[in-house]
Design a binder for this molecule. Structure first.
Ligand SMILES: [Zn+2]
Length: 484
């Protein structure tokens, strides 16, 4: 498979590690608030990437971090700690309680959106947090020791200096520092200039914190550990270097994240990896474009469009409608979010389901074969930088094709291993749930009329439904209704 490497700005063939495994690290959530649809665009992309790799026969090992410590409110080193901010919002004093609360909220959303866990297992509804590791999620607080070790090895190689406040990475020691973002160091300095006021001993404005001491601003910080540099807590960027190397080794085939991570978080991670191991650890850096508001603005709570999954379902959408929207384009294409876009995804999804329901006879679920010519095209689309719009159009061609119903069923079911849209399960669902309640009532009445062979009423009800803009068809599986 080829993916777009942010570092080389080219499509590159993915490479396995020396054991033949594609190793993948996903930058995960900071669990101080609910995640929103924009965050799930990233997770849905990496879910699809994982599923596609497995579908194409690759051997995959994937992990995702959960940041439950010390992540300050911005990419800058000095600011309000997100976990403490979350604790205040929830009205609790223990930041671990906040982390648990929002980790559970995140995992529930992942279940609702039918995501695989990073280890490739299906999600379960009531997740037991003691099982996080088996499912491929690594909490930062569970890897403090490896973080300290990696800072020590950078220190031995001369990339690190210490002040009363913190331990820093010296960016001037790594000339390739800005390669990932393509920014000039001078430009980068502007963005982080405020920091200089906080620690006057910091040598270069772009230097970043590896270990923050319980000193000055953070004297009372409630999450802290012992280290060779004193009591304190790790900087945010160090967790991804430490956990990636700890769990995936010194060769990471694919490292993912949103484009917002390019200039600071991943730039710093790459510098740390080099400082510790004197080599590039990540082979391909993959970044997804954001989900934007209708007019191209950033999604935001204040604009009311950074919806949570609960808010999406409260509007009457199935989580699979959102999933359809999130995965139907390539990760490098900015995706515009609006209720109309969600309606479009919902209509497409229900259109596919209704068409399949119409076609399927009772014996059509067994004995079909996957249609080879479509499968080949589908695989080509996946290999091509996860060309999802192409994969979807092949899928829709299958649904509409005149091939045998058994084979269509087998092929749809095969493709849905990658999409994860629960297409087959949805065929069992009652159609009433997806249509306005007055139409659902008329359908129920018509069902009764048909069961009692009252064909006059049945025809009258069909016409009444038609007047309201819906077409009823009678199939071996019962009534199927479609918007006109
Ligand atoms: Zn990260």
């Amino acid at each position: 498979m080829k993916l777009f490497n942010t570092l080389t700005k080219k499509l590159e063939e993915i490479k396995p590690n020396e054991s033949g495994i594609i190793t993948m690290y996903n930058c995960g959530p900071t669990v101080y608030s609910h995640q929103h649809i924009g965050n799930y665009r990233a997770y849905a992309n990496w879910d699809i990437l994982h599923r596609a790799l497995v579908y194409l026969g690759y051997n995959v090992k994937r992990i995702m971090n959960i940041t439950d410590v010390g992540h300050l409110t911005s990419d800058e080193d000095f600011g309000e700690d997100k976990m403490l901010k979350g604790a205040r919002k929830l009205g609790v004093s223990d930041p671990y309680e906040v982390a648990n609360f929002f980790t559970k909220s995140f995992l529930k959303d992942m279940y609702l959106l039918n995501m695989w866990s990073p280890s490739g297992r299906s999600m379960v509804e009531n997740f037991d947090l003691s099982e996080l590791k088996e499912f491929g999620w690594i909490r930062a607080t569970a890897s403090i020791e490896p973080m300290i070790e990696i800072i020590k090895s950078m220190e031995e190689k001369g990339y690190v200096y210490e002040t009363e406040q913190a331990v820093y990475f010296d960016v001037t020691k790594y000339p390739e520092y800005t390669e990932l973002s393509g920014q000039k160091l001078e430009d980068k300095l502007v963005g982080v200039r405020d920091d200089v006021n906080v620690d006057s001993k910091k040598k270069n404005p772009a230097d970043f914190v590896l270990w923050m001491k319980r000193y000055g601003t953070y004297a009372d910080h409630s999450m802290h550990w012992n280290s060779p540099w004193g009591d304190g807590f790790p900087g945010w960027h160090i967790e991804c270097s430490a956990m990636g190397i700890e769990y995936l080794g010194q060769f990471i085939s694919i490292h993912t994240g949103g484009i917002e991570h390019i200039p600071v978080h991943h730039t710093n991670e790459r510098a740390q990896n080099y400082g510790a191991l004197q080599k590039e650890v990540v082979n391909i850096w993959v970044h997804n474009e954001h989900m934007q508001a209708k007019g191209g603005e950033k999604l935001g709570k204040s604009l009311g469009n950074a919806l949570t999954i609960d808010e999406v379902t409260a509007l009457g959408y199935d989580p699979m409608d959102l999933r359809w929207l999130l995965i139907s384009v390539n990760y490098k294409i900015p995706l515009k979010f609006s209720e109309e876009a969600l309606d479009g995804a919902k209509n497409s999804r229900l259109g596919v389901i209704n068409r399949l329901k119409e076609k399927l006879g009772s014996g059509d679920r067994e004995g079909g074969v996957v249609l080879d010519e479509f499968k080949k095209l589908f695989e080509v689309a996946l290999h091509d930088n996860l060309n999802m719009s192409e994969a979807f159009s092949i899928f829709l061609e299958v649904v509409k094709s005149r091939e045998s119903t058994k084979d269509i069923f087998a092929t749809v079911s095969d493709f849905d291993r990658v999409f994860g849209l629960r297409i087959i399960e949805s065929l069992e669902e009652k159609v009433e749930a997806e249509i306005p309640s007055d139409i659902a009532q008329l359908l129920k009445d018509r069902e009764v009329a048909r069961n009692t062979k009252d064909f006059v009423s049945s025809d009258r009800l069909r016409d009444e439904i038609l007047d309201k803009g819906y077409v009823v068809k009678d199939t071996p599986n019962g009534q199927v209704v479609e918007k006109q």
